[in-house]
Design a protein around this ligand. Structure first.
Ligand code: GMT
Length: 375
């Protein structure tokens, strides 16, 4: 098939998932055309079946807000017509679903039928999408999609709760490349991060409010008081200055490393003992799944779709949002009990296998076939 993938090219989960999906589809022989405003972070090597089309947004003094959506729709039209796309798969509803709808109408006038699939990822529904400024367009464009998928049952339910959706939303879980995230022994790296055999806690996010990064610091402070430990913070975002201040105020800067937007996440996960994700909401928690594939247990909140991924006592531990003391207690119990740690690490890997890329990508391919037949 000739598939157009539209996503955010950034470090966030939806862009990562879309890029990994495109790469997997290309490996299976499909021709994949990425349409984004920047090269996606994980699209970092040549592949004969992958094409990249950058959306150019010309500016003009009249525009306080350059019309990105128009530029994106026009690029979609151009790629559909010139590369004979069979379908578009857009990730994150805003604004990708409405721009795909417009592109579909335009090519329809030229006699081409190109269905589009919208995959809902999380904040496009639970945070931004339900804001009344966007809600009418989001509702309309989701309903106009030829198929809709959500990355967890929780996100599916949230979508029906907040929007008048008239169509079926299929759940296709996020996936992980188990081979890529297979835990490896990296003694020199581990030694550099934790020279005295400290436990290594890890958090990966975009440092937005929804991630509750201050809770990560509070949990770490309690763990560190009981067990020699280090904290690695991967990613960047608006809460970082607050977090840095917190670390200084608590006098724990020597044990906390901000490592920025790292691409070699699998190496960092390979030297970690516990992944911490105390989010206010998480439709799925892709980074937690990647950690589990690296045999890293997950300490998370029980918000949103996290209980579908992280299983209490099996793959890690869950606590109510904001229960920092409970999370710290779980972390200390786990990290101070080698036998329990070994069992939970095994449980994490087994659970990650359920989300194996080889199980999930065929679900998208089957959906593409059904949508094409119906078009
Ligand atoms: O985590 C973020 O806020 C980024 C966001 C995105 O769209 O890039 O992530 C969402 O999509 C991911 C991939 O499906 C999910 O794993 C994340 O749980 C989800 N984030 C939220 O729901 C907050």
């Amino acid at each position: 098939m000739r598939i157009g993938i539209v996503c955010y090219p950034t470090y966030g989960g939806s862009g990562v998932l879309a890029t990994e999906l495109g790469k997997a589809l290309a490996d299976k022989g499909h021709m994949v055309h990425f349409i984004t405003y920047q090269q996606p972070v994980r699209l970092n090597a040549f592949h004969a079946n992958i094409y990249y089309h950058e959306v150019q947004v010309p500016t003009y003094p009249l525009f306080d807000f350059p019309p990105y959506e128009s530029a994106l729709s026009s690029t979609m039209v151009d790629v559909i017509m010139n590369h004979q796309l069979d379908l578009l798969h857009v990730h994150y509803a805003i604004p990708h679903a409405s721009t795909a709808y417009l592109a579909k109408q335009i090519v329809g006038k030229q006699g081409r039928v190109v269905p589009f699939i919208t995959t809902l990822h999380g904040t496009d529904i639970t945070l931004v999408g339900k804001d009344k400024t966007y809600a009418p367009v989001v509702t309309f464009s989701i309903n106009e999609s030829d198929a809709i998928t959500a990355v967890s049952n929780n996100l599916r339910e949230e979508t029906y709760k907040y929007f008048q959706i008239e169509k079926d939303i299929e759940v296709i879980y996020n996936f992980v490349d188990i081979e890529r995230f297979k835990r490896r022994s990296l003694p020199h790296f581990r030694q550099a991060v934790a020279p005295n055999g400290e436990k290594v806690l890890l958090h990966v996010s975009n440092f937005r409010k929804v991630k509750r990064v201050p809770d990560v610091i509070k949990i770490f402070q309690q763990v560190r008081a009981q067990l020699p430990s280090k904290l690695l913070l991967v990613g960047d975002g608006p809460d970082r200055p607050t977090i840095e201040c917190m670390c200084r105020d608590l006098g724990i800067c020597d044990d906390v490393r901000f490592v920025g937007k790292q691409e070699q996440l699998e190496d960092i996960m390979s030297i970690s003992d516990l992944f911490v994700l105390p989010s206010e909401y998480e439709s799925f928690g892709l980074a937690a799944l990647e950690a589990m594939a690296s045999e890293v247990p997950v300490l998370s909140s029980d918000a949103g779709g996290l209980p579908e991924v992280n299983i209490q006592g099996v793959t890690g531990f869950l606590s109510p949002v904001g229960d920092v003391d409970g999370m710290a207690r779980h972390a200390i119990d786990l990290l101070s009990n080698e036998a329990l740690l070994a069992t939970v690490r095994k449980g994490a890997l087994e659970q990650a296998q359920r989300f194996h890329i080889n199980n999930i990508v065929p679900q998208y391919e089957a959906l593409y076939e059904r949508v094409r037949e119906r078009a």
